[in-house]
Design a protein around this ligand. Structure first.
Ligand code: NAP
Length: 460
C-alpha cells in the first residue's frame, strides 16, 4: 500500500459503473482509503439501475460487485447530492484531496431535423428511463395507442427499445420494469416497429446477442429486405478484412430473418438499412417520418459514410424514438468539450483550456470518453484514471490537504440537503424487493424521489 495514497480523501461524482470501478481501483491500491461516492439520485448504480433493460437481469448482477465495494472500510455513499447545485465543484475540490468526475452522459443526441419537437417525437433515453423507473422520467408519457412507430439507430439502445416495444407484456411482467410502464405496455396498440439505420447491416452498431433476441420474441416477425443484404463493394471489403466478427455474425442473423420472411405474427419489426430520417411529419403531433435512401461511400479514413440519394419515402408512424447516442452535460466550473459532450482529459486527468492537467481533478467513464462500450469497459477506463491519480500522488503533485469532507457534509446538512447513505439505499432496496415479491416480480421500483425520501423518513 502506498502510504500517501491511503491518507487521501477522494470524492467520486456519479455512482454508476465507472464511479464504482474507480472506487474499486482505489481500494485495491490503498485498502481503507476514504472515498465518498456522490450521486444526484438517492439510489446508486446509474445506468445499471436506470438504463440496462429490465429483461437483462444478468447484466444487472454486476451490482453484487458494487455492493462489495460499498461495504469496504472508508467508503461512504452520499446520495441525493447534486454537484453543481447542492455543492459546487469548487467546494468539493476544497474539501477533498482528489475528485473523480464519473457522472456519465445523461442526455441524448438530437437528430437535428425538422419536426423533431412534435409531440410523439422522443429520445430513446427518455423511454429507457421511463420503463426503468428513473425518477427524471416518472412523469413521461408515450402514446402507445399508435399502431406503427419508428426507432432511429442501430445501436444496442435501439435494440432494447425495439424489444421492449415488441415484447409480450406478460413476459415483461416477470422483470423489474417500472409498474407504470408495464401498465402502459399492457394497453399498447403498437403492431409495427420500424428500425432505421443510416448505414448498412455491416455497419450496425449493435452486438449479435442483442440483435438475435429480436428474432426470438414470441408473436413477432422480423422483416428484412434481402436486397439490403446484398453488400456494396466497400462493406464487403470491410467485412472480409475486419478482425471483429460481430458484423459477420449480425449479417448471418439478418440473412436468416430475410429467408424466414413473414409468418403472419401479430407484431412485426421491420428493418430499414441505408435510410436517414430527414423530417418528422405532422401538424401538432407526429404522423409520419420521411426518410431518404443513402448510398455508402468510403470516408477516406478507413470508414464508410452514408450519402443521401434523391430517393425519399414516407413511413406512416405515430411515434418516433431517436436512438442515436447519449450525451454528457457540463458541470459548472468543469472544462467541457461541447462538441463531443465530454470532459477534456489525458488518461483521466482533466485538462484546462490550455491543455494543462488541473491538479487533483480526474474523470472516468462516459463523461471521459463518450457513450461507448459495455459496462465492463468502464472498469479499464476507471483503472486508467486511478493509475494517473496514483502516479500524481507518487510524483508529489497530489497529496493530503487541509480540506475537511465532514465539514462539507455538516454544511450540506445545515442547508437542509437531505442526503441518503448506503443504509438508506439498503432499506429502499429491501422495500422494492418486498413490493416486487408481493406482486410476483423481482422488484417494484419506487420511481419518485419524494416517495423514496418519504419512505426513508417513515423508517427512521
Ligand atoms: P451507439 O452504439 O453509438 O449507436 C448509435 C446508433 O445511432 C448507430 O447505429 C449510429 O449509426 C446511429 N446514428 C448516430 N447518428 C445518427 C443520425 N444522425 N442519424 C441516424 N442514425 C444515427 O449508441 P447506443 O445504442 O446509445 O449505445 C451506447 C453504448 O451502450 C454502446 O456502446 C452500446 O453497446 C452500449 N449498450 C450496451 C447494451 C448491452 O450490452 N446489452 C445495451 C444498451 C447499450 P452510425 O453507426 O452510422 O453512426
Amino acid at each position: 500500500m502506498s502510504e500517501p495514497l491511503s491518507t487521501l480523501r477522494v470524492a467520486i461524482v456519479g455512482a454508476g459503473p465507472s464511479g464504482f470501478f474507480a472506487a474499486e481501483a482505489l481500494q485495491k491500491a490503498a485498502p481503507g482509503i476514504r472515498i465518498d461516492l456522490l450521486d444526484r439520485l438517492p439510489t446508486p448504480f446509474g445506468l445499471v439501475r436506470g438504463g440496462v433493460a429490465p429483461d437483462h437481469p444478468k447484466i444487472k448482477s454486476v451490482t453484487r460487485v458494487y455492493d462489495r465495494i460499498a461495504t469496504q472500510p472508508g467508503f461512504r455513499f452520499l446520495g441525493h447530492v447534486e454537484v453543481g447545485s447542492d455543492v459546487t465543484i469548487e467546494a468539493l475540490r476544497a474539501a477533498y484531496d482528489a475528485v473523480i468526475l464519473a457522472n456519465g452522459a445523461r442526455t441524448d443526441r438530437p437528430l437535428g431535423i425538422p419536426g423533431e419537437q412534435l409531440a410523439g417525437s422522443h429520445a430513446a433515453t427518455e423511454f429507457v428511463g421511463w420503463y426503468n423507473g428513473h425518477p427524471d422520467y416518472a412523469e413521461a408519457t408515450f402514446d402507445l395507442g399508435q399502431r406503427a412507430v419508428a426507432v432511429v439507430g442501430l445501436g444496442n439502445v435501439a435494440m432494447d427499445v425495439t424489444r421492449v416495444l415488441a415484447k409480450s407484456p406478460d413476459v415483461l411482467a416477470t422483470t423489474d420494469l417500472a409498474a407504470h410502464a408495464l401498465a402502459a405496455l399492457r394497453d399498447s396498440q403498437v403492431r409495427t416497429v420500424h428500425v432505421i439505420g443510416r448505414r448498412g447491416p455491416v455497419q450496425a452498431a449493435c452486438t449479435t446477442p442483442e440483435l438475435r433476441e429480436l428474432g426470438e420474441l414470441e408473436g413477432v416477425d422480423v422483416l428484412v429486405d434481402p436486397r439490403d443484404l446484398d453488400l456494396d463493394p466497400i462493406s464487403a471489403a470491410h467485412l472480409a478484412s475486419s478482425e471483429d466478427r460481430t458484423a459477420e455474425k449480425n449479417l448471418q442473423v439478418l440473412r436468416e430473418w430475410a429467408e424466414r420472411g413473414s409468418t403472419g405474427a401479430t407484431r412485426r419489426i421491420v428493418f430499414h438499412f441505408n435510410a436517414s430520417p430527414v423530417e418528422l411529419l405532422g401538424d401538432d403531433r407526429v404522423t409520419g417520418l420521411r426518410v431518404v435512401r443513402n448510398r455508402l461511400e468510403d470516408d477516406g479514413q478507413g470508414g464508410v459514410r452514408a450519402v443521401p440519394t434523391d430517393v425519399v419515402e414516407t413511413l406512416e408512424v405515430g411515434l418516433v424514438f431517436r436512438s442515436v447516442g447519449y450525451r454528457g452535460v457540463p458541470i459548472d466550473g468543469v472544462p467541457f468539450d461541447a462538441r463531443r459532450g465530454t470532459i477534456p482529459n489525458a488518461a483521466g486527468r482533466v485538462l484546462d483550456a490550455d491543455g494543462e492537467p488541473i491538479a487533483g481533478l480526474y474523470t472516468a467513464g462516459w463523461i471521459k470518453r463518450g457513450p461507448s462500450g459495455v459496462i465492463g469497459t468502464n472498469k479499464s477506463c476507471a483503472a486508467e484514471t486511478v493509475a494517473s491519480l496514483i502516479a500524481d500522488v507518487a510524483a508529489g503533485q497530489v497529496g493530503r490537504g487541509a480540506g475537511d469532507p465532514d465539514a462539507l457534509l455538516a454544511e450540506l446538512d445545515a442547508r437542509g440537503v437531505r442526503r441518503t447513505d448506503w443504509a438508506d439505499w439498503q432499506r429502499l432496496d429491501a422495500e422494492e424487493q418486498a413490493r416486487g415479491a408481493a406482486a410476483g416480480r423481482p422488484r417494484e421500483k419506487i420511481t419518485e424521489i419524494s416517495a423514496m425520501l418519504r419512505f426513508l423518513q417513515k423508517e427512521i
